[in-house]
Write a new protein. Structure first.
Lengths: 112, 111
């Protein structure tokens, strides 16, 4: 089954404790991205990757890192999480520009 | 950047009713998608429809790219249709594939 898989689905952590949210797709998509969803602010892009080893900032990249060492994986790294990074996070993938995007199940992160 | 406006912001229906959701966008797009966010927060793909008309069961969508709007039709609504419906667009160029989302329409279907 074609899908985008995120882990974990739910995470509660403490301020400053490094964490990684994994994202994997099995559709051989070149383009992958991360979004966060916040009440009143909607969904906003954090980072995106056009292919292996090619990444760039989206609209709200501060406090996040990404890597794309393999085509299928695009982890989101929070080196020192803060409470303002409490949010619902989505990973998405697509073949490329103008093609249909598919989203993971979401990761609900709480930083206390 | 591109602006995406959805209407109405809220919609309350009785089961069996029909509804139309609208998405207006401010620039040419190379991607337009409709999503349903269910109560568990998952974003479910409904339609990939940068232009034209598509139907999937009780749902259908039309995008008139030249007039910069898209419509999502829900017929014979069911309680399971409740949730938030998002329209999202991409314009290419320097925003390479980024989806810009509207604020959503919150649909509540009562039995």
């Amino acid at each position: 089954e074609a899908q985008v898989t995120q882990n974990p689905r739910y995470l509660i952590t403490v301020t400053g404790k490094k964490l990684t949210v994994t994202c994997s797709q099995n559709m051989n998509h070149e383009y992958m991205s991360w979004y966060r969803q916040d009440p009143g602010l909607g969904l906003r892009q954090i980072y995106y990757s056009m292919n292996v080893e090619v990444t760039d900032k989206g609209d709200v990249p501060e406090g996040y890192k990404v890597s794309r060492k393999e085509k299928r994986n695009f982890p989101l790294i929070l080196e020192s999480p803060s409470p303002n990074q409490t949010s619902l996070y989505f990973c998405a993938s697509s073949f490329g520009v103008g093609t249909e995007a598919f989203f993971g199940q979401g990761t609900r992160l709480t930083v206390v | 950047g591109i602006q995406v406006e959805q209407s109405p912001p809220d919609l309350i229906l009785q089961e069996g009713a029909n509804s139309t959701l609208r998405c207006n966008f401010s620039d040419s797009v190379n991607n337009l998608q409709w999503f349903h966010q269910n109560p568990w927060g998952q974003l479910i793909n409904l339609f990939y429809i940068p232009s034209g008309t598509k139907q999937n069961g009780r749902l259908s969508a039309t995008t008139v790219a030249t007039e910069r709007y898209s419509l999502l039709y829900i017929s014979s609504s069911q309680t399971t249709d409740s949730g938030v419906y998002f329209c999202a667009v991409a314009t290419g160029g320097t925003s390479y594939g980024k989806l810009t989302f509207g604020q959503g329409t919150i649909l509540t279907v009562h039995p």
